[in-house]
Design a protein around this ligand. Sequence first.
Ligand code: NDP
Ligand code: 8X3
Length: 249
Amino acid sequence: MNQRTILITGATSGFGEAIARRFAKEGWKLVILGRRKDRLDKLAKELKAHVLVCDVRKRKEVFEAIASLPREYATIDVLVNNAGLALGMESAHKADLDDWEQMVDTNVKGLMYITRAVLPGMVERGHGHIVNIGSTASNYPYPGGNAYGASKAFVKQFSLNMRADLQGTNVRVTNLEPGLAETEFSLVRFKGDKEKAATVYAGMMPLTGQDIAEAVHWCTHLPAHMNVNRMEIMPTAQSFGPFAVHRKT
Ligand code: NDP
Ligand code: 8X3
C-alpha cells in the first residue's frame, strides 16, 4: 500500500481535481483544499481524501488548517500549490484594483502561506517536493495579462529562490508553467460569462486537467536526485506571435 501523502490546493475543479484523481489511482493519501466545501466533500467521498476547507488568502486559517491535519495525513510528501486565478483582462489603466488585489492575495500571498506552513516539516524529514503551478503568462506578456502574469512571475522566481534555500535538504521544488488549458479558469476570469469563456478554447485543442496531472505525476516520480526546476507546457495549437509595433498611419 502506498503511504505517501499529497496536499493539493484548489482541488475543487480543473487541475487540482485532476491531480487528486491521478494520485488517488495509485493509492496516495490525499489532502484536498479549497473554499467550496460541497465539492470537496463530494470528491473526498469518492476518492477517500481528507478535506481542508480553507481560503488560502487567510493567513491564520491556512496555518490552522495545516495544524489541524490528523496524524495519518500530517506527513506531506508532495505539496501542489495550485489554487489560483485570473480576474479580468482589461488594460492596466482600466483594470479593477480589487481584481488585482485578489490575484496577488491568492496567487502570491496564499501560495506563500501554504508553503511556509508545510515546508518546515519537509525540511525536518529531509524529504518532500513542492510543485507550484505557474503559467506561461509569467514568461510571455500579453495584453490584459498585467497583474496575473506578474503574480505568476513571482511564483517562478519564488520557486527558483526556494531551490537555493533548500540546498542540501533533499526537498525538491518545481515550477510547472502551463499555457492554455480548459478548466473553470476562463469562467472565473470572465466572472461567469460562459460564452466569453468558451471563445478562449474555440476551434483548438487546449491542454486538459489530465495533461497537467500527468506532468505533476511525472516530475514527482523521478528518482530523488533529479529536480525539474521549471517545466513549460503549451498546447501544440498555441505558439508565439511577433512583437506588436504601433505605426503612425
Ligand atoms: P479552476 O478555476 O478550474 O481552479 C482553480 C482552483 O483554485 C479552484 O479549485 C478554486 O477553488 C481554487 N481557489 C481559487 N481561489 C482560492 C482561494 N482563495 N483559496 C483556496 N482555493 C482557491 O482553474 P485551473 O484549474 O485552471 O487553475 C489552477 C491553477 O492553474 C491556477 O493557479 C491558475 O492560475 C493556473 N493556470 C491555469 C491555466 C489555464 O489555462 N487553465 C494555465 C496556467 C496556469 P475554490 O473556488 O473552491 O476555492
Ligand atoms: C493561464 C494561461 O495564457 O490564459 O495561466 O494566461 S493564460
